[in-house]
Design a protein around this ligand. Sequence first.
Ligand code: DAH
Length: 342
Amino acid sequence: MDKELNVLKQETLNAIGKLADNKKLNELYLDIFGQSGKFTNLTKKLKTLSASEKPQIGRLLNEVKKELETAFEKHKSIIRNFKLAEWIDVTASGSGPSTGHLHIVSQAIAEITEIFERIGFTRMRYPEIDWDWYSFESLNMPVNHPARDDFETFFIDLPSNPKLGKVVLSPHTSSGQVREMERVKKPPIRMINIAKCYRPNWDISHTPMFHQFEGLVIDKNINITHLKGTFDYFAKEFFGKERKIRLRPFHFQFTEPSFEVDITCGICSGRGCRFCKDGWLELGGSGMVHPNVLRAGNIDPDVYTGYAFGWGVERTYMMKQGLKIDDLRLLYSNDIRFLEQF
Ligand code: DAH
């Protein structure tokens, strides 16, 4: 009987391997394991065997049964997968790997650079870690001057230089002004310095690292009309044709006269709304370069004049989008759900 069993096993395994649909597979299953199936019939014969044969044949029956049932199950899943594979629509467009994009601040920097380059400005970068001299002293802000309090500063734990003072994380891009004068030596200068700045503030509207863009123009006969014309041009290019700017008197140590520059609100077109209150949004500081700053850069203030401005990249970009990001720190938290929106 063990021979018969082995023959049945082999034949059944061969038959299973040839089948390509479930209906046939079920038929075969019944043909083997059904009420009068081939295997069932063999088990019926067990009774007729002698007591000495029974245990061994019984074990064999169990083994063959297990093996065949596993083969049926396996083949069922082979047929299923084959069917699924058959249904793949090879003409459907694929889903490619998702690609990233530039961070919003990088996008803004690229756009700002391009606008100023069109009117002859050159993009410069100056050190993020700088001397007190370039960050403050050369900008007409001596060590004990109270105006320095507006520029809370990270100091680096390094020895001071007798001439240049302490080492600081540059708190504004204005520290590139005198460096640019030293690089160019003789005006004209038309620089746009865009860089990271650092101040120890950490709340919903401040991050300790942020970006500014700083313009510096120095030549003979430069006056406030050039400053105003440049801002008008930038505002229209960056924010849109209908936007207007205004200058508000202010005070900075490194400019005289100094102004805060405002732009009409993009949401209410200057009429006043919840976002802006009185129709105007503050862009940032500007003014005519102070003669002491020109002198610090070895430029004769009796021959040359200039204007400068320094505005925050993050702030300016949000004003363009009419965005009020509840927490500015989101910009630098690397949360893909936030970044993907821009
Ligand atoms: N450095 C100033 C700040 O960080 C901004 C500024 C004001 C820059 C007036 C200038 C300027 O060039 O003329 O707040």
